[in-house]
Ligand binder design. Structure first.
Ligand code: HEM
Length: 575
């Protein structure tokens, strides 16, 4: 058989490589890295800037051909970009990720103006995450070409309902009632997993005997993640989904734990941790297929099947989205990745933020005591006595929450949430430019960075921009002692009333512009109410009853950090 020129070339290459052996291959690899570093170092000087003309973004030097800064980005993007900012000394620095250049905005004023520009789009990023993380094989991504109007509805207009009236009040009230009902049952003090709640079963709850008040030891992150995940998912997606599919959240956590490696889009065998996550994702997608199938039947007035008798308690934005998916002609299984992206968005950050916030508060008893005094009128906890109830046993504690006042009249709690969002979250806003973008830093940002006048940049249409909120939130020129937890940095005195209030305008933990987080209003209300309920009803100590806390390190995830290790705590009922 005659060989083609390509197969001849390939076999020639194979022969040459096998002749070289491992030492030769290694030498080529090291050599190409050195050459790449030298060339990108020279190119990073950029073209000469003409007087009065905007600058072009210079790319930070890198070692690895094609991969560019990819490895250090997934390892710790905050460190990579902070170093690039300091070494390049500019408010915009270029980084290379898998062959694509991203212009990274490290000046807050430029980030704000770029994200609020109408000439930016998050569609490419959403499609990338749908493909690499949420298991869409094409149907949802293809909508950007076949039906952009529907895509806009699906990704923006409908999710925006989470922050619009009357829905935001409806879902915030619903979540508050569920928090009141379920926070006293955070742990049930049952020995047997059969009698425990679904959120307790995977948290290694160990009851302690001979204590004055009900006490146990447990894994804090797992417990808060499961418990708040249960509350959020039930509020937004309805009661039936977790009742019938109790493994939905544990599987979602397996996916979330591997978010960063999955988002690299590499084959499973390259990163072994992603195999289990892919299997978990397949199960979640099966569940969400059944969910969509049942919803469509229920909405059409036909039988939704035995598992989903009543779907009326699903929140209105989720119902609207399920209807839009059907209207797009997507089958239930093709719709499942879109449901998964939202299920993930509603659960991936809030529990992590509450976990870190609780650690900040319980390791700072003076702050915790002040916050407990501040919230006392708006988070009233008590345990009815047998005399009150007429039953011969102690009932579970009860709590009544006033979310509006927790939001408006508790600046210290609110400032502590903001400080946690500043320190324990490193969100990224990726956008593609749909037209050339010219951005200028503010004179204040320029002065803080030690520049005599503001710089202006031109970023061409089609290029990607990136705002690294974790870098902006820990920039020492904008935040004094940036690594220190200090909620007071967010407290201001209202000049008219003289009252204290918590201001959040120096950080953007929810992104900005049209593609900012759609659940931000709900998320803040939920976090405030949930934290108020927990600190009113529960005392926490390190496991073993000591006073020394071992705070885990941050593990990079999509936005809010995961803990590198869980924290074992002693949990005691306060009332
Ligand atoms: C502490 C809690 C939360 C944080 C820190 C957070 C943060 C974020 C961030 C940084 C983004 C990307 C914004 C950008 O690209 O500029 C985002 C997107 C999104 N979030 Fe949240 N989020 C939280 C809770 C929620 C909740 C509870 C929901 C659902 C009710 C939600 C729904 C969404 C949706 C749908 C998007 C996609 C927006 C888009 O691409 O157009 N988030 N979130």
């Amino acid at each position: 058989m005659e060989s083609s020129p390509e197969s001849g070339l390939l076999s020639h290459l194979q022969n040459s490589l096998s002749e070289l052996g491992w030492p030769g291959l290694l030498a080529i690899l090291v050599g190409s890295c050195i050459v790449t570093r030298i060339l990108t170092g020279i190119w990073s000087n950029g073209p000469k800037v003409e007087e009065g003309q905007p600058r072009l973004v210079r790319t930070t030097p890198y070692w690895f051909p094609w991969l560019g800064h990819g490895l250090s980005f997934v390892w710790n993007h905050v460190r990579l970009i902070s170093k690039a900012r300091d070494s390049m000394g500019e408010p915009v620095v270029g980084i290379k990720l898998g062959g694509t250049k991203h212009s990274v905005l490290v000046s807050p004023s430029m980030a704000k103006s770029a994200l609020s520009s109408r000439n930016t789009s998050s569609t490419a990023m959403i499609n990338y995450a749908l493909k690499t993380v949420f298991g869409d094989r094409g149907p949802v991504q293809e909508l950007s070409a076949t039906n952009p109007h529907l895509l806009q509805l699906l990704h923006h207009n409908i999710p925006n309902l989470f922050s619009r009236e009357p829905y935001v009040t409806e879902i915030s009230n619903a979540v508050c009632r569920l928090i009141e009902r379920e926070t006293p049952n955070l742990v049930t003090f049952n020995w047997s997993p059969v009698d425990q709640t679904p959120w307790e079963r995977t948290c290694d709850v160990e009851l302690l005997e001979g204590t004055d008040k009900p006490t146990c030891e447990t894994n804090l992150f797992a417990l808060i993640r499961n418990h708040l995940g249960h509350i959020t998912t039930t509020t937004l997606m309805g009661y039936a989904v977790l009742e019938n599919f109790p493994n939905l959240l544990p599987d979602l956590w397996k996916l979330d734990d591997q978010f960063v490696p999955l988002s690299m889009g590499l084959p499973r065998w390259v990163l072994p941790g992603t195999s289990a996550a892919s299997v978990a994702r397949a199960r979640v997608l099966d569940t969400l297929t059944v969910y969509q199938q049942a919803f469509v039947a229920w909405d059409d007035g036909t039988d939704p099947g035995v598992k989903f008798r009543d779907l009326d308690d699903i929140s209105e934005p989720i119902k609207e989205r399920a209807r839009a998916l059907k209207a797009a002609g997507l089958s239930p299984s093709a719709s499942a990745p879109a449901h998964l992206s939202l299920l993930w968005a509603m659960n991936a950050n809030s529990p992590n933020i509450v976990f870190w916030l609780l650690l900040h508060l319980y390791t700072n008893p003076a702050l915790l005591a002040d916050i407990r005094i501040e919230i006392a009128p708006f988070a009233k906890a008590h345990r009815p006595t047998p005399a009150e109830t007429g039953f011969p046993f102690l009932e579970a504690a009860r709590i009544a929450l006033d979310t509006d006042n927790l939001l408006e009249s508790c600046p210290l709690l609110r400032a502590s949430v903001s400080e946690t969002l500043r320190l324990d979250l490193a969100a990224l806003s990726f956008r593609t430019l749909t037209a050339d973008l010219t951005v200028t830093e503010s004179p204040e940002d320029a002065a803080l960075a030690g520049r005599s006048h503001p710089l202006t940049y031109l970023i061409p249409e089609g290029e990607s921009i990136l705002v690294p909120h974790g870098v902006l939130h820990t920039d020492p020129s904008h935040f004094s002692n940036p690594t220190q937890f200090d909620p007071l940095r967010f407290i201001q005195t209202d000049p008219e009333t003289g009252k204290l209030r918590a201001a959040r305008d120096t950080i953007s933990p929810f992104g900005a512009g049209v593609s900012a987080c759609k659940g931000r209003v709900f998320a803040e209300r939920e976090i405030l109410s949930y934290t108020a309920a927990i600190i009113s009803l529960w005392d926490l100590q390190p496991a073993g009853g000591g006073r020394v806390w071992k705070i885990p390190g941050h593990k990079q995830s999509s936005a809010a950090y995961l803990p590198k290790k869980d924290v074992r705590v002693r949990l005691t009922a306060r009332v």
